[in-house]
Design a protein around this ligand. Sequence first.
Ligand code: NAI
Length: 503
Amino acid sequence: MSAQLRPLDSSSTPHPAALPRRTVAVAAGDGIGPEIMQATLAVLHAADPGLSFQTLTVGLQAYRAGHAAGLGPEVFEAIDQYGVMLKGPITTPQGGGYKSVNVTLRKTLGLYANVRPCVSYAPFVRSLQPDMDVVIVRENEEDTYAGIEHRQTDEVVQCLKLITRPGCERIVRHAFEYARANGRGSVTCMSKDNIMKLTDGLFHQVFDEIAAEYPEIRSQHQIIDIGTARMASRPQDYEVVVTPNLYGDILSDVAAEVSGSIGLAPSANLGRRHAMFEAVHGSAPDIAGRDIANPSGLLLAAVMMLVHLGRRGPAEAIHNAWLRTLEEGLHTADLWQEGKSRERLGTQAFPEVVISRLGQLPCQLAPVRYPEPDPESTAAAAPAKPAPTVTKATSEKRFEGIDVFLHWDIPGRDPAALAAALAQVDAQGFELRLITNRGVRVWPSGHPDTWCSDHWRCRYRGASARAVPALLGALIDAGLEPIKTEQLYSFDGQPGFSLAQGE
Ligand code: NAI
């Protein structure tokens, strides 16, 4: 039996006493998208949450019409006007310069929080962890997903991992507000700050600062690798997990898979002025048009949307009717369990069964309740309200030197030979302190077994930022090839760069 089921999301947006009718942008998407959207809208209409829907063109239809981003021209205007979108899955065509609709929407609309409840519905849905009830709050805009990548040498490509303090503050605060608004007692931060001391270190530091503002909520930090393993093996130890983008992407799929409900999982992408709700799964082209797709992920995303819009009554009614359907063994093909399932439902029949149970509560699974939010909670406040910030201005930012990255490749790739070549260059007042290769010090005093690529970091200290162009010019004149530089700064006396071993 599943643990006490909790509401999927009761964060965000105000809910005036009398809710005006409002319009939501709807994009059916590709593959099974149109079928599951039709089923979802049928249930929404029946529950009468006071919404109208405007259909938008996104995905393959838009790509075919020549929009490389997969979005019709009317899309952003409509989303700006309505603020909320319910989206079916989109097929991203391979190659050809097509951009992912999901990534474009998230970034353009500033949807910084991806909130994904991962819930087990055992024994009605097979689950590795029958008591799982974890919400993953994933940062949605930053990290390696900024998409800033370069090829720098014959052998080396790089991806920039960008983490901002405001970005950390927004997502961490969102996680704590979510926990507060939903009666969840703990928030766990997961990062890899034992290795990435500046980027993940900032995420962890901001987490600790903001956690102090929520003394009633337990907080802990875990390294992402062991944290992921523990969440998969002991999910009952976790309630809300907040983590940067890439880890969150992986962790949320692990959590959904372990719960057994990856095909049922909804997600909310929340920003300050916009919100987008969707199922976690993709467009499932292998089963499109066969009336066997399960619309539950999108339906539960719609429930999250209703809560976001303050339509808590209809959200509760739909969610409970859905739970009742599940526990009565009325299942789509993907959930079928011989001896446990009672009737196999097609995509079209599914909404009728849920609609006929509106107003009923589940008998075996715990019913969900969507109580009115605490007006004190910032997650319950208007999404346009800027999140409070704890960023402190730096009093002294000082230039400390520069890392010059060289593409250098001679037979043997001997670091001492590179150091000798650099010694012939007028360093314009800088002092060459060390050379590293893939982050490992190779000069002075490297280890002979360290394998070296054609990509070398030469750390120069001293001089001033003004001398940098002259240094680069001198290196180029000496026949060397700088392919990238990073200026080194200290902030209030603390180095704003990672130190090499022994530095
Ligand atoms: P997928 O999630 O579409 O399918 C994986 C497997 O799960 C397939 O066997 C499929 O039949 C099954 N499945 C998925 N949803 C189901 C449902 N509602 N009911 C029953 N079975 C279901 O993942 P896949 O095949 O890797 O991706 C297909 C396309 O979807 C790709 O173009 C991908 O880029 C896109 N995609 C879009 C997403 C979005 O728009 N949010 C998210 C993930 C993938």
